[in-house]
Design a protein around this ligand. Structure first.
Ligand SMILES: [Zn+2]
Length: 456
């Protein structure tokens, strides 16, 4: 049904003095309030159209009332629905409904009708708008709130608009999100080239120190697949959750990389092969040699050597695809450092550095498994947890700025959102489009814009 809205704008300009910048500046100021007024008109007219169909049963067949006028029977304590679809208009509610929208705060007058069958009074517009009976915000608004938290741009959200939302209001939007129930589709282990996990401390409610933990997968195509984000959850619990998302039940040797976080030694042991971040190699060796009685000065040449030997396989990026032409070179360097490390282990054994030798053995096992995997699959698995470190830094910055003192649920949700938006942008966009329910039931275009005083 085609409707029209007529807009009259009045302006004054000081001829010869008004410049383009000033005109654009004022129009920009007008944009949100103008669209807000248009929205208000559309809603009023929508309300009228609905009321018309419900009251004029002589004109509109029941087919035209499909989906309209749902309400519960009057005085029915069990809340059973009434089948009556004929109603009388009963004026407007005393208080208009306030809804925060992306253009600012909206006040919609809400019409009441009375059911001709049961006598119940209800507001048919609210259910047609699908905003829920107590909703105070619309979804585009929530989308923008969340995007602004992720961009740490809270001020830009509210500045210059009639939007008013407190930090507490933002918290409630984040807590109320269904992000927790979505993005649970299973992941195939054979698609993954690595799994990483790490944790970081966060300040939460009443200065309480919390622990935020995240697990991500790296696919063979080199993409990040967020697997989960948790606050104040034990590693075994996290493991259970992640395992449920991974399809294969049989063991599959995905390299598992972590940053020496306690409690992670056996994490995902039946699916993944654990692999400490190689950055710890030199430090770990120093420690092992210290146990063998070597002073720092004495172990220094050995740790430096290890740094060099494992340095060959540290890619510049966190993960990347290994080019065919580079494979041969990697292979040569891999063979030579493998030989050198083996020799070093032998030397250690001869010198009686028991701890040093066994540490190096374990370390080289892990490192070389990883290189062998690259050579085999062509995908360089992430070597360091810097990807996660960066993620945590990003989350931390937002928690400090906006989410200060948030609850567990909110911290979990926002970190999940950050992960998904940063690393699975397409899934993030799809999620919102689905939530907004854009299905082609409303179209609007500018019919004409004319000036009134072109008399010259
Ligand atoms: Zn009724």
């Amino acid at each position: 049904m085609e409707q029209e809205i007529h807009i009259t704008l009045r302006y004054n300009l000081t001829t010869g003095n008004a410049n383009l910048n000033e005109i654009v500046y004022r129009l920009k100021e007008l944009r949100d309030p103008l669209v807000l007024r248009i929205l208000e008109e559309i809603l009023k007219s929508y309300d009228d159209l609905i009321a018309q169909r419900l009251s004029r049963t002589d004109i509109y067949p029941s087919k035209k009332r499909k989906g309209l006028g749902r309400h519960t029977r009057k005085d029915d304590t069990d809340g059973r629905p009434c089948r009556g679809r004929k109603a009388r208009k009963r004026g407007y509610r005393k208080k208009p409904r306030k809804i925060s929208t992306v253009f600012g705060n909206l006040n919609v007058p809400i019409r009441e009708v009375e059911c001709c069958k049961c006598g119940a009074r209800y507001c048919p517009l609210l259910s047609a708008l699908k905003i829920g009976f107590y909703a105070r915000t619309e979804m585009n608004f929530e989308h923008e709130v969340i995007e602004s938290v992720i961009d740490t741009n809270y001020r830009r959200l509210i500045d210059g608009r009639s939007i008013d939302i407190s930090l507490g209001g933002i918290h409630n939007i984040v807590v109320g999100s269904d992000i927790d129930e979505t993005f649970q589709e299973s992941v195939s282990a054979t698609d993954l080239s690595g799994i990483m996990a790490d944790g970081t401390g966060v300040k939460q409610q009443k200065g309480r120190k919390g622990e935020l933990r995240a697990v991500i997968g790296i696919t063979k195509a080199g993409r990040v697949e967020p697997l989960g984000s948790f606050s104040n959850t034990t590693w075994p619990e996290i493991e259970q959750t992640i395992k449920k998302r991974i399809k294969e039940a049989e063991p599959y040797n995905i390299p598992f990389i972590y940053d020496g976080e306690p409690g992670l030694d056996d994490f995902m042991a039946d699916v993944a092969e654990s692999q400490r971040c190689t950055w710890h190699g030199p430090r770990g060796l120093y420690h092992a040699l210290w146990e063998d009685g070597l002073k720092k000065k004495e172990s220094r040449p050995e740790t430096d050597k290890i740094k060099q030997l494992i340095g060959i396989e540290l890619p510049e990026n966190d993960f990347e695809l290994l080019k065919e032409e580079d494979k041969e070179q990697v292979k040569i360097r891999y063979e030579s450092s493998k030989t050198e490390i083996k020799e070093l282990i032998k030397t250690f054994q001869e010198k009686g550095y028991k701890h040093g030798a066994s540490y190096l053995e374990k370390l080289s096992d892990r490192i070389f498994t990883n290189i062998e995997l690259w050579l085999e699959t062509g995908v360089i698995a992430p070597k360091t947890t810097s990807l996660l470190e960066r993620l945590f830094r990003e989350i931390g910055r937002r928690l400090k700025k906006i989410a200060w003192g948030w609850s567990d649920k909110a911290v979990t949700n926002i970190s999940k959102m950050i992960m998904i938006r940063q690393y699975s942008r397409d899934k993030w966009e799809k999620y919102w489009k689905h939530k907004l329910g854009i299905k082609g039931y409303f179209h609007i275009k500018i019919a004409s814009v004319t000036g009134s005083c072109r008399t010259f």
